[in-house]
Design a protein around this ligand. Structure first.
Ligand SMILES: [Zn+2]
Length: 207
């Protein structure tokens, strides 16, 4: 914990001192983020670090395997869907980015079927990605294990984009052009961002 408390002191002395006016204005005016990011809870993934985002830029959800569940207004506790509702209807974000990543532990377990041990939550959460896994495995051929994992990770982003469109208020805004959905994929090892094109292919972003 010492590392974090030392980090806090550095934040106070450095970042906070330099940006105090901006932060106070941001807190007084309320947030008005125009982009929502859904990324993995993986400790190695830090979207703000990679995209030069300042406080107030991203409305952020991080969960296991950066997943958007399908629309189910059934009164259950849907944390990701609640965040989506606030981002779209409250903040009126103009962009939603689903960002997958390389070496995702959740997806690795899904490929290895390692979730056969009953769990309270993770098993049923990851089950949502079984169609994505099966689609990727169907085209994987003799690909290496690493390549297969990458295919499933990217297919999982598409699954989440598909699920986003099952939310009526998202579908409506995408149709009217006031909301855009984006599929991104990041590999921390080579620092490369890949952006999904209109055909569903992930292409390296310009550097
Ligand atoms: Zn992950």
């Amino acid at each position: 914990m010492k590392k974090f408390l030392d980090g806090y002191r550095t934040f106070r002395a450095d970042y906070y001192t330099k940006h105090q006016a901006m932060l106070q204005e941001l807190m007084a005016k309320g947030q008005s983020a125009k982009a929502m990011m859904i990324s993995c809870a993986d400790s190695r993934i830090d979207p703000s670090l990679k995209f030069g985002a300042a406080p107030g830029d991203f409305f952020m959800v991080r969960n296991v395997a950066n997943m958007v569940p399908p629309y189910q207004a059934d009164g259950a506790y849907h944390g990701t869907s609640a965040a989506l509702e606030f981002a779209v209807l409250g903040l009126k974000v103009e962009n939603i980015i689903v960002m997958g990543h390389a070496k995702c532990g959740g997806i690795g377990a899904l490929i290895r079927n390692a979730d056969t041990t009953p769990t309270d939550f993770i098993g049923s959460w990851m089950k949502m990605l079984e169609p994505a896994r099966d689609r990727a495995l169907a085209v994987a051929g003799n690909a290496s294990a690493d390549h297969i994992q990458r295919l499933v990770e990217q297919e999982a982003v598409k699954e989440s984009l598909k699920n986003l469109m099952s939310f009526p208020w998202i579908k409506e805004r995408v149709a009217s052009g006031t909301l855009k959905l984006h599929g991104w994929y990041f590999d921390l090892a080579d620092g490369a961002l890949h952006i999904m094109d209109g055909q569903g292919a992930f292409k390296p972003a310009e550097v």
